[in-house]
Design a protein around this ligand. Structure first.
Ligand code: TXA
Ligand code: MG
Length: 322
């Protein structure tokens, strides 16, 4: 875990235009000063991220929202009041203070107040806004531990703050509130139902705005990922894998209890709930690579609660065609 000295080093690094990895409740972020075009350009280079893909800008508290966004509609204030600090990103018309490097050239910006004490301490001590995509190379699995960040990014990151394992495990839900109707651009840590209950109406999911988290192929380990919608297809899916290939299985404990695991397969994780599935998902995909697993067969969780976000990430990992 990081201490006060690390926090001071991190703030100094941000002020100098450096890159700081820090924990949030969702995944670790790779942060740069959201007003510093030079620092942001380096951030994109380290991630290997195309320049037209915007990054999320993190704020220390909802009270500073109007310093970074303009024309904030009442629905945005209602969602911020309910879910910040927390795993919700609001897409709003950007204020001039936000570097257009962070917005990928768009007139809008994604803003969120994360709910992790280390992130909040960093933001409070820095005093500004920190642009931070997930701290992984573009298209790869997001890190949920400081160790995963170090292994991915190595010396390309100036300071890594260690805040333990991320409690949520999948990224924030992104809601675009810059248009006539709110839209969920990416499923995540806040459920669509919870958002609908604040808005008092169902909210559309999907959109045309550029968002790499919404690319069909994303979040991929080296192993090939195969998703199984129905647990009864698990045995057949494992049997269909080339016998030369090492197979890892990921499914709710309850599912593995009823259908049983084929002998040749390794259990990567058997979470008891959909929330635990979200928490262990990226770690399990990374472990699959560490273990030399060639094919991960994952049984999708039911779409209740965080299950919808878990299924979304698994489908995208499967679509990468690796
Ligand atoms: O939980 C999270 O959201 C994590 C932590 C670190 O906060 N961050 C994260 O960042 O997942 P990243 O860069 O991996 O994903 C950011 C997503 C992308 O899909 C991006 O396109 C979208 O946010 N985004 C950011 N600004 C946007 C905007 N103005 N319009 C539409 N999408 C936007
Ligand atoms: Mg990401």
């Amino acid at each position: 875990m990081s201490g006060t000295r690390d926090l001071e080093r991190a703030v100094m690094a941000l002020r100098r235009g450096g890159l700081v990895a820090f924990p949030t409740e969702t995944v670790y972020g790779l942060g740069a000063d959201a007003t510093d075009a030079g620092a942001l350009t380096r951030l994109y280079a380290v991630k290997g991220r195309p320049a037209d893909h915007p990054v999320i800008v993190h704020l220390g508290e909802a009270a500073v929202l109007d310093d970074w966004a303009v024309a904030v509609p009442p629905v945005a204030r209602a969602l911020a009041a309910r879910f910040w600090p927390g795993p919700l990103t609001l897409v709003l018309e950007a204020a001039d203070t936000v570097s257009r490097v962070a917005t990928g050239g768009l007139a809008t910006v994604g803003l969120r107040v994360p709910a992790h004490p280390v992130a909040l301490e960093l933001l409070a001590a820095f005093g500004g806004a920190v642009a931070a995509p997930s701290a992984n190379r573009f298209g790869r699995v997001s890190p949920t531990t400081a160790d995963a960040v170090r292994r991915d990014l190595g010396p390309d990151v100036d300071v890594v703050l260690d805040g333990g394992s991320c409690a949520v495990g999948v990224e924030s839900t992104i809601v675009d509130v810059s248009g006539a109707e709110p839209r969920i651009l990416r499923l995540g840590g806040v459920t669509a139902d919870a958002i609908a209950s604040v808005l008092g109406a169902p909210v559309a999911v999907g959109g045309t705005t550029r968002a790499p988290g919404t690319l069909a192929a994303h979040y991929a380990p080296d192993a090939r990922v195969v998703v199984v919608e129905d647990e009864h297809d698990l045995g057949a899916a494992v049997a269909a894998v080339d016998p030369e290939d090492a197979v890892g299985v990921l499914a709710l404990r309850e599912v593995l209890g009823t259908v049983g695991l084929p002998d040749a397969a390794t259990t990567l994780s058997a979470p008891a709930t959909v929330e635990e599935y979200a928490r262990v998902l990226y770690r399990a995909l990374r472990e699959a690579d560490d273990l030399g697993i060639d094919v991960v067969v994952a049984v999708l969780p039911p779409p209740d609660g965080l299950g919808a976000a878990v299924a979304d990430r698994l489908r995208r990992a499967a679509a990468s065609g690796r």
